[in-house]
Design a protein around this ligand. Structure first.
Ligand code: SAH
Length: 395
């Protein structure tokens, strides 16, 4: 077995259960290692810490697989991890009104660098390094031994160290799907395409947030959904009885995709506004026209560059909120969401607080969400729980 030697401080972290091998953790060079190598992770004095694999991704250079020197990381190993993960999602497999959810969440389920999502009988594997991709045949063989009746497997390769998607035909095996397929989430329908670029049409980690919006925040309200992508939050609000929703996204594809999501839910999209536009431009327009919304959803990407604007959640969320507060009705609700792993909930709430202070407005926090249970995370790897959603009310 090849060795991967860690500096002292990082060895201590691994001992406490940390699953990621950070780049700075390596004592010496990794020139002897290639993607997918199984390694014994050891201290500088040669003490065994864990078994892992080498794979470069945007976070780190590999993941711990086992803390038991005797445990083989073979097909049976993957089968044990998958079996446990699937058992923990029993309630979701059993739910007839939800047919799309995550069944394996990387390090949360014991193998960092790979996730598996279930979309009404279709499986989507996402690989975050060349290294983890070398386990593909073994993982699929283990999947085939599981008691899941899947129609086909698709995959997304997100290899380069920025996590960028590698353009490809994403079909792997089975009976090819006719996309879009329609999945359900708490009874809401979503059109999904597993073979159309990096994204599928729906972000499964917002399931509970969409339900909350539909069930408790939308009835009779005017709703602004910014960075709306396919309009999933708008659809949830419209089904919850919103007076009107306005979806704003700069991507040209968002118009047709949003019309599609409204239509599969038998909602009249013409009764709603769908704008292909830079959100920051929309804010100026709305402020000038003195528009006010009862409910505003903010779910920007962690990082985005348009021709005019570079947005980074870590730097710019506060200002985004200030512009939002200006067009929120009295007692209106803001759903502030971020998937940035660059900061945690405490810092996020700091941005919220600062935005209200600087605009001389007051607020209360109504409720908070992090990742749903199927996006399983472990306490030893807090940054794995990247999602932060705060519902707040302007007083
Ligand atoms: N909130 C969505 C997901 C957002 S994904 C959902 O829950 O489904 C991020 C979206 O932000 C992308 O669709 C991208 O096109 C859009 N985007 C990025 N920068 C933008 C900008 N400056 N103005 C409007 N949309 C932007």
């Amino acid at each position: 077995m090849k060795l991967l030697t860690l500096k002292k401080a990082f060895a201590e972290k691994i001992k406490k259960g940390y699953p990621l091998i950070e780049k700075e953790a390596l004592a010496g060079s990794a020139a002897h290692l290639k993607e997918g190598d199984l390694v014994d992770i050891v201290t500088e004095s040669g003490e065994f810490l864990a078994r892992g694999y080498y794979g470069l991704q945007n976070k780190g250079v590999g993941w711990v697989l086992s803390r038991n020197k005797e445990e083989q990381t073979d097909r049976a190993f993957f089968l044990r991890k998958l079996t446990k993960a699937v058992q923990e999602r029993d309630h979701l497999f059993a739910a007839s009104d939800t047919t799309a959810f995550r069944i394996f969440n990387g390090e949360g389920d014991g193998v960092g660098g790979v996730t598996i999502d279930y979309y009404d009988g279709y499986l989507l594997l996402q690989w975050y390094s060349q290294g983890v991709y070398t386990f593909k045949q073994m993982l699929i063989a283990a999947l085939d031994e599981l008691d899941i009746d899947y129609k086909a497997i698709y995959e997304k390769k997100r290899f380069d160290t920025a996590g960028q998607y590698v353009e490809d035909d994403d079909f792997v095996k089975g009976e090819k799907g006719e996309f879009p397929i329609i999945v359900k989430e708490n009874g809401i329908q979503f059109a999904v395409d597993l073979n159309d670029g990096a994204m599928t049409g729906i972000f499964l980690d917002q399931r509970h947030v969409r339900k909350a919006i539909r069930d408790r925040y939308a009835d009779g309200k005017t709703v602004l959904n910014t960075f709306s992508y396919t309009g999933a939050f708008s659809v949830a609000a419209a089904l919850g009885g919103a007076d009107k929703t306005t979806s704003v996204d700069v991507a040209n594809r968002s118009l047709a995709k949003t019309i599609e999501q409204f239509s599969v839910n038998k909602l009249d999209y013409e009764a709603h506004d769908i704008k292909v536009m830079d959100v920051f431009k929309y804010f100026s327009y709305a402020a000038k026209k003195q528009l006010r919304f009862d409910l505003i959803i903010l779910d920007p990407p962690s990082f985005a560059r348009t021709k005019k604007h570079t947005f980074s959640a870590a730097k710019d969320y506060k200002n985004l909120l200030k512009e939002t507060i200006a067009i929120t009705a009295d007692k209106g609700v803001i759903v502030a969401s971020t998937n940035s792993s660059a900061f945690g909930m405490k810092k996020f709430k700091g941005f919220i607080d600062a935005a209200f202070k600087e605009t001389n407005e007051r607020y209360t926090i109504l409720e908070e969400y992090t990742l749903p249970e199927d996006f399983k995370t472990i306490p030893a790897f807090k940054e794995g729980n990247y999602l932060k959603v705060v519902f707040l009310q302007k007083k």
